[in-house]
Write a protein that binds this ligand. Structure first.
Ligand SMILES: NC(=O)c1ccc[n+]([C@@H]2O[C@H](COP(=O)([O-])OP(=O)(O)OC[C@H]3O[C@@H](n4cnc5c(N)ncnc54)[C@H](O)[C@@H]3O)[C@@H](O)[C@H]2O)c1
Length: 259
């Protein structure tokens, strides 16, 4: 219950899905959490839920792709204790239908890059001075297994997520001696509002790609984020951690399929 006791954490895209589960988990482990999102009503509901469970949180309506919004959000978090201990860059531009290289529009590319990549950069750049001064900090980038092994008809999204793996490793080099840790968390198929439900044929296909034979849930990603955020991960940086039910363990998957 106290794995993030008195730490100050920021979670972007925290009004729904994976970000919401991470914000709730961080708060239940003792952190003060800034819930960042463009959806104000649902974001405030997340804060209300955390507070009614005895946790501490606040909401910032902030578009991660806007530097000014990001600066305001980070100032709000820093006003708590003067520290920023944890940043989870989770927000991404998600549309119902991404496209292959041939059909993808400039707008699709721009939104993917602006939100997931530049949003991650803006927040990271804004919290680094605090973390460097503290000689401690944990940054968690929510990426995707698509960055690790690709996926059909999603050139802009997949390329953006792959860029985040490179960004994570570069920041890892530059600020390791300041004891700033940064890691990539790669979810597999997780049941959020963007995911297909059990009635969709794609749902069963996703289950079949995993060695556990099922999709995952936001809370299962949140447990992994908690580990990376906590002092238990004090020697873990620059890592890519799949939370995917075995999807990327392809040799194991092939072995399973032979059965
Ligand atoms: N669900 C999955 O299967 C899955 C798999 C791999 C990776 N991911 C990644 O997990 C993360 C969360 O996805 P999810 O499934 O929970 O989606 P979701 O739609 O439930 O949540 C995303 C949240 O981000 C917010 N957001 C979008 N644009 C924003 C912006 N410009 N500024 C601030 N907030 C913004 C949305 O309002 C929303 O609350 C994303 O980075 C996604 O790429 C999800």
């Amino acid at each position: 219950m106290d794995r993030l006791k008195d730490k100050v954490a920021i979670v972007t895209g925290a009004a729904n899905g994976i970000g919401r589960a991470i914000a709730e988990r961080f708060a239940s482990e003792g952190a003060w959490v800034l819930v960042v999102d463009i959806e104000e009503e649902t974001g405030c509901q997340v804060v209300d839920g955390i507070e009614s469970s005895g946790g501490r949180a606040a909401f910032a309506r902030s578009d991660v792709s806007k530097r000014e919004d990001v600066r305001h959000a980070v100032e709000l978090a820093a006003a708590q204790t003067g520290r920023i201990d944890v940043l989870c860059n989770n927000a991404a531009y998600l549309m119902p239908d991404f496209h292959g290289a041939l059909d993808s529009t400039d707008e699709e590319w721009r939104r993917c890059i602006d939100v997931a990549l530049m949003g991650t950069h803006y927040f990271t750049q804004a919290v680094l001075p605090y973390m460097i001064a503290q000689k401690a900090g944990s940054i968690i980038n929510v990426v995707s297994i698509q960055a690790m092994e690709g996926m059909m008809t999603s050139a802009a999204y997949t390329a953006t997520k792959a860029a985040l793996l490179g960004y994570t490793m570069s920041v890892c080099y530059d600020y390791g001696l300041d004891n700033v840790r940064i890691n990539s968390l790669c979810p597999g198929p997780i049941q959020t509002r963007i995911a297909e439900g059990p009635d969709d044929p794609h749902y069963q296909w996703q289950c079949d790609q995993t060695t556990l034979g099922r999709v995952g849930y936001p809370e299962e990603v949140a447990w992994a984020a908690l580990f990376l955020a906590s002092d238990e991960a004090s020697y873990v940086t620059g890592a890519t951690l799949p939370v995917d039910g075995g999807w990327t363990a392809s040799s194991a998957r092939k072995w399973t399929q032979k059965e």
